[in-house]
Ligand binder design. Structure first.
Ligand code: MG
Length: 252
């Protein structure tokens, strides 16, 4: 690490965590919303096609680097249930809102996150770059957890149209922060989208293993862990020590 001019962060499992049962509650709210909109869907078969379609769209999105959206796989799952509805249908938009409303209640910043951000804020421009399909929900979560105000720029893949590890999103982060990519430290938990992505784009990645070390459910299960050349942190104190060390090395 050297000559750090700005710091960027991933969101999920880096700054905030989601309680494990949130996903199944979100699914329940989605199904309830669709039923209330008049779709007579059966819970188990719908859940199965939803999972299958979501996996298909997400896999394609990962291959192409282009972000997808929940409305596409909800529409595809409804079609499997015999209901042909455009992804742009307002009933689907409503179901998406109901789905994400669960996360507003069950997302929490990792302990000490606000303190960390407020102490870094005077020293570096700060950016947030998250892979999240539904931009408005990501912004709502950032607002409700009180984290939004610490950032000079907030970039959400669902709004950019592209997702990490695609280099374009890291280019945008560097432009928005007004700092060259080699001077940008990027902290994230996902070995592929965060660490490989930031590294390939020319940023300086730091691997946060807080979620892994605390046995929280991981979204990136399956990727190989980064090599030992990548700095690794398990707490915000570790990150502050890394940055202080960097400052001391730069001065001496
Ligand atoms: Mg993450």
């Amino acid at each position: 690490m050297n000559n750090i001019k700005a710091v960027g962060f991933d969101l999920f499992n880096t700054l905030i965590t989601v309680e494990p049962h949130a996903l199944s509650l979100a699914m329940d709210r989605l199904i309830l919303s669709l039923r209330q909109s008049g779709f007579p869907i059966q819970e188990e078969p719908f859940k199965a096609s939803y999972q299958e379609m979501a996996a298909r769209f997400i896999q394609r999105s990962r291959q192409e680097g282009k972000e997808t959206h929940n409305r596409f796989w909800i529409s595809a799952a409804l079609e499997e249930a015999g209901e042909v509805v455009s992804p742009e249908d307002l009933r689907i938009a409503e179901a998406v809102e109901h789905y994400f409303s669960v996360f507003y209640d069950y997302c929490r910043p990792i302990p000490g996150t606000e303190g960390l951000l407020s102490s870094l804020r005077g020293r570096y421009p700060l950016g947030l770059l998250s892979n999240f399909t539904h931009g408005p929900a990501a912004r709502e979560i950032l607002g409700r957890t009180g984290l939004a105000s610490y950032f000079d720029t907030i970039l959400i893949s669902g709004e950019l149209g592209f997702r990490k590890p695609f280099p374009l999103v890291f280019d945008t982060l560097s432009e928005k922060l007004g700092v060259a990519k080699h001077g940008l430290l990027y902290v994230g938990d996902d070995p592929d989208s965060d660490i490989y992505g930031a590294s390939m784009a020319g940023l300086q990645p730091v691997w946060s293993t807080y979620a892994m070390d605390n046995n929280l459910p991981l979204v990136w299960a399956g990727s190989d862990p980064p090599g030992t050349e990548i700095p690794r942190i398990s707490s915000w104190q570790d990150l502050l020590s890394l940055l202080d060390h960097e400052v001391k090395t730069a001065i001496s």
